[in-house]
Write a protein that binds this ligand. Sequence first.
Ligand code: CAA
Ligand code: FAD
Length: 385
Amino acid sequence: QSGLNSLDTFTEEEQMLRETVQRFAQDVVAPKVRDMDENEMMDPSIIKGLFEQGLMGIETSADHGGAESSFTAAIIAIEELAKVDPSVSVMCDVHNTLVNTVLRKYGTKEQQDKWLPQLAESKLGCFCLSEPASGSDAFAMQTRAKLEGDHWVINGSKMWITNSHEAEIFLIFANIDPSKGYKGITCFIATKDMGIEIAKKEQKLGIRASSTCTLNFDDLKVPAENVLGEVGKGYKIAIEILNEGRIGIAAQMIGLAQGAFDKSVPYTYQRSQFGQPVGTFQGMAFQIAEAAVQIESARLLTYNAARRKDEGKDFTKEAAMAKYWSSVVAQKVAGSAIEWAGGVGFTRETGIEKYWRDSKIGAIYEGTSNIQLQTIAKFIQKEYS
Ligand code: CAA
Ligand code: FAD
């Protein structure tokens, strides 16, 4: 059914990757989705499978054990996984578009040689920026780092960290000199065994198989050589990576919308009322047609942003537009998909309601919808004033 989408500008390699991910999602992920949602836990075999399929180092060079593919390829994988399970999708998304990318873009050769192979092979990563008192206002963070001899000592807490329950590698943002404001923010790479406390695991409305935890750093000692990029430039690393990451969340949301659509629409042609399939009543058919337009528009925005990124063009505004609109579309389509299936759509058995629960997060993480609109508005103001 996903053949409804008309975008067909993918390379042979990208198309092959799409098919590989579709097979993995159908064969390995689909049978576990409901249990993982109910148990609020990612099945370890899926994490292992993501690594074995080469989906955890999509853009990483072959020298470092990766697939050396495009950013668009990563977006394809995130979209395809989300059609089946948005939780698995976000695990892959954070690992690739946030964690690997920081290393590839800002790591020294020594850091890349050390960390990228581990991240491509078997060790899950997470991106630790948000805190209890700083979400949208991310640069107001309270976590501090102090240089003591050949180590940085980090103190503070992070909140809402995706993948952190299963992760072994942590990118931590901390301020080394608050008198400099956000220009004191620095990015560190740490491992769980250095002494990171994984505290409260959130119980959530959606993406329940994706872990979201609070982390505490109590005199966490990180070797001096584990600073990523320049000291004091961590804020720029965080936001530049998030500009890219937002395209990943857009892909998660369009995959989710398509997944809900694919589950519900066939039912509307099987279910008859008043002597005809419910999907053929004009009131239903027009809603379905409108949803198809919305998915297509969000998809075009998303792949346009991804291609611009691959081609080295500016993409910040396009990424914000893609993330904003895909989140709106995901919520709308997933909500309608429940209604199209009537009472059956409201039960857990069909899995349709899960897409709607999962869709809510799109408007919150990696910058809320208001933050995306603020980014877009700044571009408009610059151009028109
Ligand atoms: N791209 C590049 N640079 C940007 C930028 C952008 N989109 N937005 C701001 N900046 C830069 C500015 O140029 C400025 O840098 P210079 O001083 O070097 O010129 C600096 O950041 C500060 O700019 P502002 O004063 O405008 O920034 P602010 O303090 O008002 O807010 C922000 C900046 C924190 C980035 C905010 O706009 C934002 O995006 N908040 C959302 C935070 C977020 O996305 N968190 C996601 C956490 S990770 C996650 O969520 C993962 C997951 O769920 C799976
Ligand atoms: P707040 O910033 O308090 O926002 C509350 C409301 O106020 C929102 O509607 C917001 O749009 C609005 N608002 C705030 N500022 C403005 C403004 N200037 N103008 C207009 N409206 C405004 N963070 C990480 O670092 N790493 C992760 O892996 C990660 N994963 C996450 C996973 C989940 C499931 C969740 C829920 C969050 C995750 N986050 C992660 C954190 C996420 O990025 C933040 O929740 C998000 O940035 C919003 O911050 P907040 O929750 O503090 O909301």
